[in-house]
Every structure is written in C-alpha cells, then in structure tokens.
Design a protein. Structure first.
Length: 262
C-alpha cells in the first residue's frame, strides 16, 4: 500500500536530509499502544496545505525565487485528493494575468497551459419566472467583462501547474489530508499531521493500522480553500476574523454537457 511514510523515506534519501537540524531529523518512536506512538516527522523549508491553483502557484513561485537567488529551498505540497485536480470540479472563466506573472512566456512553452477557448462574447441575462431579459454590456461593471479571458477546466489547469511544480523540484503528496495543525512550544505553527489509517469503528488499531505523518516546516501556508478545517482552527485560535470583512458566498447553478467527439 502506498503510504506517505514510504514516499518521504525515499525523499530523504534523494534529498540527503536532514537539511533543517533545528526542526529535527526523521524519527520513528515505538509505543505499546500504536494509537499513542509518536509519528514520523519530515522537515521542509516550506509546507503548502492544498494543491489548488493558489497552493501550486505559491509552490512554483517559491522555487522560482530559490533558483533566482541560488538557494536550496525544500517545498512540499499536501493534497487530499487522489491526484492533483481531483477535487477541482469547476469550469472557469480564467483571467490570465496571474499566469502571465508566474510564467511570462507561457504561450511559447513546450507544453503550454490548457487555455484553449478564448471568450468571444458576453451575454448577461436577468432571469424571471417566465423568461429572461438581456442586460447591455455597456451597463455592466468592468468585473463582468471577459474580453481576453479564457473558458477552461480548472482541474486541467491544476494538473498542468502540478507538472510545472514537480519539474521545479516541488514534492507533491496527493491522497493525504491534513488532519491537525502542529504547534511549537511558543505557540507558533510548526506544521501539520496527516490522519491515522486502519482504525476500526470501535476506535482500535486494526492489522492495517498506520500512524499519520508529521510534516514540519519553517513556513506553513494553508491553501485549503473556503472553510478548510485547519484554516478555520487557525482563524479561531489567532482571532484572525476580528476587524475584517467576513467571507461571503454565492450560490450558482451549473450544467455540464457531454458532446460526442465526432
């Protein structure tokens, strides 16, 4: 069975760790109760929780800056989906400005990003119970104008970003969710732990039990998306909502058409 422990042991050998002695070496402690045994711990310079567009872009930019400054910076992305893009189901009208900042020459890359359908026309309709009323584009705010944007699959874009990140040396671990935040003695964020597996309904360790893994980092970036469990915990612990505008959410309806290739 593929496990994060096996993956990180291989990463240790390939990267020649430990590189961050202040965070501790890879360790494995034993205990009579497997549920209470200490976890293995893996150190990184930067840990990013979430393999969506924001998390992957941050990982790529971190590596780009490290290369520009001739620094060896270890970057890890943890993604709960079985693969990058697995939990990104949305279509998207994509504004390429951020991509241009990340990859200024992206249009001439050997494998360019999947921006295949450019927006040619905007139609804005006000729906009633019996019909619809068209709103002239001249009356719409600039945020609703999509000239120069692209209609894309966000999942495909994430997979492309994941490939670019790995080519730069980012280590990506899909299929592992962050289950808890790890704090240092001073109360600062030290990293995260993944969930234990192989636990029965009665809460006992089964024969397939495997302890979760701790990932430690000098900097931990949480890119879980809206209402991520770790992010919610941190916002409450550090009172990050005080004096700021609360998040707002909108409801949308979407339909997907499957069209034969011919």
């Amino acid at each position: 069975m593929l496990s994060l422990s096996n993956l990180t042991r291989a990463a240790v050998r390939s990267r020649g760790l430990p590189s961050l002695p202040s965070l501790g070496n890879l360790r494995l402690m034993s205990s009579d109760d497997p549920l209470q045994s200490e976890r293995e711990a893996m150190p990184y310079d930067c840990l990013i929780v979430g393999g969506g567009p924001a998390g992957l872009a941050a990982a790529i930019r971190m590596k780009q800056l490290a290369i520009e400054n001739d620094k060896d910076v270890s970057v890890c992305v943890l993604e709960k989906g079985s693969e990058i893009g697995a939990h990104i189901l949305s279509g998207n009208v994509f504004e390429p400005r951020a991509l241009e900042e990340l990859f200024p020459d992206y249009k001439n890359m050997d494998v360019p990003p999947p921006l295949d359908t450019e927006v040619k026309e905007d139609v804005f309709l006000y729906l009633t119970e019996t019909g619809s009323v068209g709103i002239p584009n001249v009356l719409l705010p600039s945020e609703l104008h999509n000239d120069g944007n692209y209609i894309i699959s966000l999942s495909q874009l994430c997979r492309w970003l994941g490939t670019q990140a790995e080519e730069l040396g980012v280590e990506i671990f899909p299929g592992f969710a962050a289950s808890e935040v790890i704090y240092g003695e001073d109360g600062s964020v030290k990293g995260i732990a993944t969930r234990d597996v192989g636990i029965s309904k009665e809460g006992e360790a089964k024969g397939t039990f495997e302890r979760g893994m701790e990932l430690h980092a000098r900097q931990t970036l949480f890119a879980e998306g809206a209402r991520g469990s770790c992010s919610e915990e941190l916002m409450e612990k550090f009172n990050l909502r005080e004096g700021v505008q609360p998040q707002t959410f909108g409801l949308g309806v979407k339909e997907v058409w499957e069209i034969p290739e011919e």
